[in-house]
Each structure stands twice: as structure tokens, then as C-alpha cells.
Design a binder for this molecule. Structure first.
Ligand code: ZN
Length: 509
């Protein structure tokens, strides 16, 4: 057996444990009875510790080292070289992180999430603040341990979005603001956009489910390697490319939650399903820093796929020109008096709101900028934890023209900071930016793509994404993938052009 084969055998076993963790997570979120939570917590903690011990072991260090020397001179872009490199980078980072830091953060996280839920219910930020201070201290220690040259946020971003920095984010955000804020001003000048009344009719769940799955399969989701379940907080999760599961939630009087929610998770699922078969059970489908089995280059690149299929495809006029008559067949009484134009506008209604997860395409990034700027400010000392509610409200006013009536609808709305994972928020916006860039490149490279999309034929777009993005799993960084696929580094041009063109047409001045 070559050194590389030995490295792969070890990586495969770690991937098996990570996939088993995912199965337990899926079960916990889909069908576990409430009393199962405590012992499930032990099971997850034990398996995570086993995976981490195997990965950080001296033996794995030796396997990495021997494989590196065996691969000296091999193509630096080949999957074997990339697999060993990914393991090396994570291995070295783990050497720098003290064990008690990870254990302490994990222990605090469980407690902090409970306190956060209670604080949000009671609208009592002061209850959560002491836990947030401890979590922030862990994040700062983590940044120091991982290391950075410019901003502590850079060290945390490594875990979610390799290659991204605070400074790059600030530049991207300035570009987004310069276009989004005037666009939003033009749209809101027309007055408030109330939720259309037809959306509050009753849409039976069984038909919502049938339509949502029909669209998902049309995009390319493979039910022989997946299944669709109900979850209050929808997600996608994979146990290798052979079993990639997605979820959605149903609201009787708001069918968009299920339809667009499933399109979103379908995009994540297509990424995992599209990984090259030879990368199954490998270092390139294992996120070692997160101790998570996943086959995408970064959180942002993953989000680019969900937003591509949900927004650029699923909320397009081209999609609904074909699929709206089909939806009307499912809901013949509910939609009989609703025109395509009315429906399409409802699917793309822009209305500033206090809640990120309900935000439309134009305001979504403003919610993310606010959170990211606050995270950076906490890390570098611009804000203290006690100043957060005021900082939050000031930014809400600046970006969205709204002031939260209370902290439950303001600074307490997301669970992210209670879990301790500072640095993941910007990946949602990076996903949006990347989705625009990928779609523009696919249009340039695939002849007849727009005609195919107008016929709702998705194989040409899906195949381009498989060839350029999905099959590589974690072999390349987001920057490398973008340059390989589009010829250009990450930039906001195509995404901002898409936003402006789409919403100027929907809301002519
Ligand atoms: Zn997503």
C-alpha cells in the first residue's frame, strides 16, 4: 500500500464517523422523541471526540507527512495533493488550538443556547449578555490561537470561508451598499408593499409538498439518493453523495415557505450529490475544523448553490411562466383569480423587515452586513457586549429605516452567537455574490442556456455547475473555483447587475 493509500484509509474512517454524526443529527432534528435529547447529546459528543482524536493523532500527523513526501512533484491541483493539503492545514491549525478551549466552548454553547432562547422569550438581553461575553472571550482566544496578521476576524473566517478577510468584506460590502441602498430607496418610495391577500388562503399541505418536490426533481434532485422531510428549521445534510437529505416546512396559509424553502435546500443538496464519486469517504468531503461531513468548498460556495436555485432560477419569471399553470392545477380554487404577474410580484415582494430569515433579495444583504460589522466590532473592541442592542438598532435604522420595538426582534433574533460560531454570517452574502458570478459565467459558456431556462430545462445549467463546481467538493478554495469557473476573482458586478435589472423591472420608478 502506498503512503497516500494509507492516508486515504485513515481519512475514510474519519469520514465514516462524521457521516454517522450527521445521521444522528438528522434523526434528532426530524423524528427523535423529546426525551431522547440528553443521551443523543452524549452520543454526538462521543463520536465528535473520536473523530477529532483520530484526526489530531500523532499517527495521522505521520500519515500526512509521509503522503506529502510521496506526492512531491505531483500535480499541485490534483485531488490527492489537495486532499493531503486540506488535512495538513487543518492538522496544523488544531495543533495551535488548546484542547480546553474547544471543550470549554462546547460546554458553554449548550448552556448559552438555552439561556438565549429564554432571554428571547422574555425579551431580556441582560440575561444573555454574561453568556455572550464568555462566548466572545472564547472567540477572541480562538482567533489568537489560529493566528492572523491584520484583523482577528480573519482567523475566524478561516473556519467557514478560506481566503476571506475583514478587509475584503469591507470592500465588498461598500460596493453592495452603494447599489442596494438607492435601489431600496427607489422601491420603498412607492409606499409599503403589503403581503398579497391570496397568500393567506388555505393551501393544503399535501399539494404544497407535491409541487415543491416536482420542482426539486426538475432542478436535478435525485430521490434515489435523497429524501424530503419536514423540519421546523429546514436544512440539508449528507451522509456521502449516495444519501443527501433535504427538508422544508409547511404553512397552510403561506405556501412560499415550503416552495422556496425546498428550492433552497435543493441547491445545497445538488452540490453534495454532484461530488465526484472518487471523493466519497475522503478528506475532500470532510470539514475537519468543523468536524462535519460536507462536500462543499466553503459555507459561502454552498450558499451560492442554494441561492442560485432558489432565487436566480426559482424566483425568475422564466420559471413561473412554465410552472405557474402547473401550480394552478394543484391549487385550482386558491389561484383561479390570481394572474401570473400578480403571483410573480408576490414571489419577489420587497419590504424592509426586522427579521433576517424573512428578508427578500434586496434587503437580505443589509441584514448580513449589520451582523458582520457588529461581529468584527466585538472582536476588535469597537463595541462592548453591553453596547450591542444600541449598535444593532442604530444600524437597523441606517440600513433598513426600521427600529426594533424590542431586543427579541432585534439583537436577540439569531442563535448564532449563542453557539459560539462567530464569522459565519458573511457567508450568506458571499453566497449571493458568487451565485450572480456563476450564473453570468454559465450564460457566457453554455450556448443556448437562456433558451433552455425559458423551457425549464435545467440539465445544461446543472451540468455546468457539476463540471465546474460540484464535482470538486473541497479540493479548491472558493477563490480558486471562481477563477477556474468564471475566469475572474470574486467580485460584485454580476450580482449587482442581476439585482438592479430584476428589481428595476419589478418596481419601475
Ligand atoms: Zn442555505
Amino acid at each position: 500500500m502506498t503512503a497516500y493509500e494509507q492516508f486515504c484509509r485513515h481519512a475514510a474512517e474519519i469520514n465514516d464517523i462524521l457521516c454517522a454524526i450527521n445521521v444522528l443529527q438528522w434523526d434528532a432534528r426530524i423524528q427523535m422523541p423529546p426525551e431522547g435529547a440528553q443521551t443523543r447529546g452524549y452520543q454526538l459528543a462521543t463520536l465528535t471526540r473520536l473523530a477529532q482524536e483520530r484526526f489530531t493523532s500523532a499517527e495521522n500527523g505521520r500519515l500526512i507527512e509521509v503522503a506529502e513526501s510521496e506526492l512531491t512533484g505531483a500535480d499541485p491541483d490534483s485531488y490527492p495533493v489537495r486532499a493531503v493539503k486540506a488535512a495538513r492545514e487543518a492538522y496544523d491549525i488544531f495543533q495551535r488550538i488548546p484542547q480546553d478551549l474547544l471543550a470549554g466552548r462546547a460546554a458553554l454553547s449548550a448552556e448559552a443556547q438555552n439561556v438565549w432562547a429564554e432571554a428571547r422569550k422574555k425579551n431580556d438581553y441582560a440575561l444573555f449578555a454574561p453568556y455572550l461575553k464568555q462566548m466572545l472571550a472564547y472567540a477572541q482566544q480562538m482567533a489568537e490561537a489560529i493566528g492572523y496578521s491584520d484583523h482577528p476576524y480573519d482567523a475566524l473566517l478561516v473556519q467557514y470561508e478560506p481566503g476571506m478577510t475583514a478587509q475584503r468584506l469591507q470592500t465588498l460590502f461598500a460596493e453592495l451598499r452603494a447599489v442596494s441602498l438607492p435601489l431600496l430607496e427607489r422601491i420603498t418610495a412607492a409606499g409599503p408593499q403589503p403581503k398579497p391577500a391570496f397568500l393567506e388562503r388555505e393551501f393544503p399541505i399535501e399539494q404544497q409538498r407535491a409541487f415543491a418536490i416536482e420542482a426539486s426533481v426538475a432542478f436535478g434532485y435525485d430521490l434515489n439518493r435523497g429524501r424530503v422531510d419536514v423540519a421546523p428549521h429546514p436544512f440539508e445534510i449528507s451522509f456521502t453523495r449516495q444519501d443527501v437529505r433535504i427538508t422544508t416546512r409547511y404553512q397552510l396559509r403561506y405556501p412560499f415557505a415550503a416552495i422556496f424553502g425546498l428550492m433552497h435546500e435543493t441547491g445545497h443538496g445538488l452540490y453534495e450529490l454532484g461530488a465526484a464519486p472518487e471523493l466519497t469517504r475522503s478528506a475532500l468531503t470532510s470539514d475537519y475544523l468543523g468536524m462535519y461531513a460536507v462536500g462543499g468548498a466553503s459555507f459561502g460556495m454552498h450558499e451560492a448553490q442554494s441561492r442560485m436555485w432558489e432565487n436566480l432560477v426559482g424566483r425568475s419569471l422564466a420559471f413561473w411562466q412554465v410552472y405557474y399553470p402547473r401550480l394552478q392545477e394543484y391549487f385550482s380554487t386558491q389561484l383561479a383569480d390570481v394572474s401570473l404577474d400578480t403571483f410573480y410580484r408576490a414571489a419577489n415582494r420587497v419590504q424592509p423587515s426586522l427579521i433576517r430569515v424573512e428578508a427578500d433579495e434586496v434587503t437580505y444583504n443589509l441584514h448580513i452586513m449589520l451582523r458582520t460589522e457588529i461581529e468584527m466590532g466585538l472582536l476588535d473592541g469597537t463595541y462592548t457586549v453591553d453596547e450591542l442592542p444600541a449598535a444593532w438598532n442604530a444600524k437597523m435604522e441606517e440600513y433598513l429605516g426600521l427600529t426594533p420595538p424590542d431586543d427579541a426582534q432585534g439583537v436577540l433574533q439569531d442563535v448564532h452567537w449563542a453557539t459560539g460560531y462567530f464569522g459565519s454570517f458573511p457567508t450568506y452574502t458571499l453566497g449571493n455574490i458568487m451565485s450572480g458570478q456563476l450564473m453570468a459565467a454559465a450564460r457566457r459558456q453554455v450556448s443556448g442556456l437562456d433558451d433552455a431556462l425559458a423551457r425549464c430545462e435545467y440539465a445544461p445549467l446543472h451540468n455546468w455547475l457539476i463540471d465546474n463546481i460540484y464535482r470538486h467538493a473541497r479540493a479548491y478554495t472558493p477563490d480558486e473555483l471562481l477563477i477556474r469557473a468564471t475566469g475572474e476573482a470574486l467580485h460584485t458586478g454580476p450580482y449587482l447587475a442581476y439585482l438592479t435589472e430584476k428589481f428595476d423591472a419589478l418596481y419601475p420608478g
